[in-house]
Design a protein around this ligand. Structure first.
Ligand code: PA5
Length: 421
């Protein structure tokens, strides 16, 4: 089954935007657009190094056997992709023998103290991920976690337990890894953080969580063949074109919505991907997220009835892995016996159709991306689909999808206030 991009509930796509999108995809493939030195992710699924996959799988198996926890330290593109895949595929309530937890993505002292407390009596590994090696949040968190490691393990064990993912050539983390003789993995120099989930950055935590990284990459490979074809029916290209058509028509808020809470971190990843790639030079589409039906009882009001500057992109899972029939109730006080015997997925699907109709009638157009099922293969496809659509869309907009000059502004102030030279 394939990933289906349903544009039937959206506006008619204008030829001009399709042509622009085609031109943008061409630039991306031929590597002659803005920031083309960071487009290594486009062909990455075709160039996977088998030895490296085996190395990651072995490391994951070793960690799962020898420890209780892997602490992944990173922020932005150095953590969101892995977290998105893991949260989407792990069982929500099951207590695992081995867990992957994320840290270093904020400056909360409370969280850090709780983390250190939690790790005191755990056997754990650390995967510290930073392309630059100098990002404040992960660097500070790593300091604190390293201190704990040093109190728990001897030098040889310490060397075993810290895994560094950073630039191949340079940076503070690379120097530290060299000095301590740590195991090193690489953030490729031609791939920026938010496009790096299918590299060592994402693959190590995902494999450590017990998930199948080969399937993930296989899905991405299928998508890379499908979505890099230069023809007007290419769905990645059409989605990108439609987004820009909406932006120019004044609809500059896109709500990524799903009916599955497990996709909440996929939406966080999407917010970073699109926000950091497109939001520059006074342009961009504000990426928001919603979980339905939960948020229909909160921001649903605004989506239906507020300022008409929104369009929605729904990620819908077509075939649920688990389902449940609605039980019969003798008393029927809730008057729900008319649904007895029907599956929960049936109700969810009807809710989705009802919502789409209402929102479209309320002038909030809907794009629906149907994911055949929630598994590694289809997530690999989805991730690649969104990355390529995002880059095409940014090129249509006329900006460089691979830089983030805006994030430096707060850092400058913060470091000045902190007293850095
Ligand atoms: O997409 C990006 O490039 C950023 O979000 C980075 O991933 C984020 O700032 C973390 O950077 P680094 O990996 O250098 O610590």
């Amino acid at each position: 089954m394939e990933l289906k991009v349903d544009l039937s509930r959206a506006d008619k796509l204008k030829e001009k935007y399709v042509n622009d999108a085609l031109e943008s995809l061409e630039k991306l493939i031929n590597k002659n657009g803005k920031g083309s030195e960071f487009t290594g992710w486009v062909e990455l699924p075709k160039n996977i190094n088998e030895d490296n996959i085996v190395r990651i799988e072995k490391l994951a198996a070793k960690m799962r056997k020898n420890a209780d926890v892997l602490v992944v330290i990173g922020i932005g593109g150095s953590y969101l992709g892995a977290r998105a895949v893991i949260e989407a595929l792990k069982k929500t309530y099951k207590k695992e023998n081995f867990e992957v937890i994320f840290a270093g993505c904020d400056l909360s002292p409370q969280r850090l103290v709780e983390l250190i407390e939690y790790l005191q009596d755990k056997d754990f590994y650390v995967n510290v991920i930073s392309k630059s090696g100098t990002t404040l949040e992960p660097a500070l968190t790593f300091r604190a976690v390293r201190k704990l490691l040093e109190t728990k393990y001897n030098k040889d064990e310490l060397r075993e337990r810290i895994i560094v993912t950073t630039d191949r050539e340079k940076g503070a983390l690379k120097t530290l890894a060299d000095n301590m003789g740590l195991e090193k993995f690489v953030v490729p120099s031609d791939i920026g953080g938010r496009y790096s989930v299918l590299t060592d950055v994402g693959l190590i935590p995902i494999a450590a969580a017990g998930l199948n990284i080969r399937e993930l990459l296989s899905g991405a490979l299928t998508a890379s063949k499908e979505y890099t074809v230069l023809f007007k029916e290419n769905n990645a290209l059409r989605y990108a074109a439609l987004r820009q058509q909406y932006r120019e028509a004044g609809k500059d808020i896109e709500i990524f919505a799903s009916y599955e809470p497990k996709l909440n971190y996929i939406k966080e990843w999407l917010k970073q991907l699109f926000g950091e790639s497109e939001g520059k030079d006074g342009l961009g589409i504000f990426p928001a997220s919603a979980t339905f039906t939960t948020d229909l009882h909160s921001i649903g009001q605004l989506i239906q009835d507020g300022k008409r500057n929104i369009f929605e992109t729904i990620i819908y899972i077509e075939e649920e892995k688990f389902d449940m029939a609605i039980p019969y109730d003798e008393e029927n006080l809730d008057n729900l016996n008319y649904l007895q015997g029907k599956n929960f997925s049936y109700v969810q699907n009807k809710a989705k159709e009802g919502v789409i109709q209402a929102h479209v009638d309320g002038l909030c157009p809907n794009i629906v991306i149907n994911l055949p099922s929630l598994d590694e293969y289809n997530l690999g496809k989805l991730i690649y689909f969104f990355m390529i659509s995002c880059a095409i869309s940014a090129y249509i907009e006329g900006v460089n999808p691979f830089d983030q000059p805006g994030v430096e502004a707060y850092k400058k102030n913060m470091f000045k206030l902190l007293g850095r030279d």
